[in-house]
Design a binder for this molecule. Structure first.
Ligand SMILES: [Zn+2]
Length: 409
């Protein structure tokens, strides 16, 4: 592993007016699950969040060396996400009148969880994903997929070969791209003149207001608002013209609608007014975040240590990046949280980075019957609780960590 590279200018507008707002110390790469917790000396990198006073982008200051093979995330394991994606494709097909002559391109298409819907409807679809495993899984279900990193160069190649894209989708990826401007230049290169791009990411507003600090990790380099997305798109002659808000998806997700030139909707104007009224374009809005995070961390640590002292056993649910940030930042090792369960077979048998809990299948909640289970994947808490009726029937109880640590039921 190489060293982290510290940025001194904004990764979007390149202004030097960036101010730190939260320091989470040195943590391991949140997605780098371990196959043997004793074999390696895990590298740790500084994890610090800053705010750009010029373009309002909230961002990580340090870029760390990453490898696409480190991403074991397969989208198709979440029912909530599958239903959301299907509705999204149906909506695009209807509003843009996509047909067998159109082209829909998805960046970070993963295992084809979204584009499979377009393929079923007879719309030509092309996925791009950097991780070879999920890309191969997508091809297996009939979703044509290029393995690679999206940017200006790959966009040029696709346009030359396939023509411009009528619709583009980039969900939960623009927040993970270190070279933001090359990435957005790719959109501008590939999008048809009357084409539409939608981009989804968890919004920074909910992260700050609800203290969702575990959505912060090295690979998650940027935390967007309408204000910062509008500025980023405008730099590439693209217009943010509409926005949707999904309150229950990943703790509050915004879907940005982007085109070359379309007038802003009333809904977008309203959201921009709302963001300015909150002060999201000023550093004061972000000032109390550090204190809030310290208080949630200390409450959760105290709660779990108390339960352990009383003789209770504690496990956790969700071996995703946010789980790793939560365990590492709060300081919950195997003494506090014995094991982590996850539905993804690709993660089972591995160990959490930094804190080294073994990752087991979800059946372990019944077989090993921990008294308490911390829902690290709290963005899917309703889904998880609904699926675990048997665990609850046997007296197991769930804990959600944010917006404040709480034992459910
Ligand atoms: Zn900036």
């Amino acid at each position: 592993m190489g060293n982290a590279t510290r940025r001194t200018t904004c990764r979007s507008c390149r202004s030097a007016e960036i101010s730190p707002v939260l320091d989470l110390g040195h943590t391991p790469i949140a997605n780098a699950l371990l196959s043997d917790p004793d074999a390696v000396d895990e590298p740790r990198y500084p994890l610090e969040v800053a705010f750009c006073r010029d373009c309002a982008l909230v961002q990580i200051l340090d870029d760390v060396p990453l490898f696409p093979d480190d991403y074991p995330y397969y989208s198709s394991v979440s029912d909530t996400l599958l239903a959301h994606s299907r509705r999204h494709v149906e909506g695009l097909v209807e509003t843009l009148r996509l047909d067998a002559t159109s082209l829909i391109v998805e960046i970070a298409s993963n295992d084809g969880y979204l584009l499979r819907n377009a393929v079923e409807m007879g719309i030509p679809a092309l996925g791009i994903d950097a991780a070879p495993g999920p890309a191969a899984a997508a091809r297996e279900i009939g979703v044509e997929t290029i393995t690679g990193f999206f940017g200006r160069e790959i966009a040029r190649e696709i346009r030359a070969e396939r023509g411009p894209a009528d619709a583009m989708v980039a969900n939960n990826v623009m927040a993970h791209v270190p070279d933001l401007n090359d990435f957005v230049a790719g959109f501008a290169t590939l999008l048809a003149d009357d084409g539409v791009l939608t981009v989804e990411n968890p919004g920074v507003e909910m992260m700050i207001e609800h203290g969702e600090f575990d959505t912060i990790y090295h690979e998650h380099v940027a935390y967007y608002s309408c204000l910062s997305v509008r500025s980023l798109m405008a730099r590439h002659a693209l217009t943010l013209f509409d926005v949707e808000f999904f309150e229950d998806l990943h703790g509050g997700t915004l879907r940005y609608w982007v085109a070359r030139d379309r007038p802003p909707t009333a809904r977008l104007e309203e959201r921009l007014r709302h963001e300015r009224a909150l002060g999201m374009d000023e550093i004061a809005f972000y000032d109390g975040f550090g204190e809030r995070v310290a208080s949630i961390s200390s409450e959760l640590r105290t709660l779990i240590r108390r339960l352990r002292a009383e003789g209770a056993t504690v496990a956790a649910y969700g071996a995703a990046a946010k789980g790793a940030t939560m365990l590492n930042t709060v300081g919950l090792g195997v003494e506090e949280v014995e094991f982590v369960v996850d539905r993804s077979p690709h993660k089972q048998g591995m160990f959490m980075p930094g804190t080294h809990q073994p990752i087991l299948g979800v059946d372990a909640l019944i077989e090993r019957a921990p008294d308490y289970t911390v829902i690290l994947a709290w963005n899917f808490a309703d889904e998880i609780v609904a699926q675990q009726a048997a665990y609850l029937d046997r007296g197991g109880r769930f804990i959600v960590p944010v917006p404040e640590p709480k034992i459910l039921g």
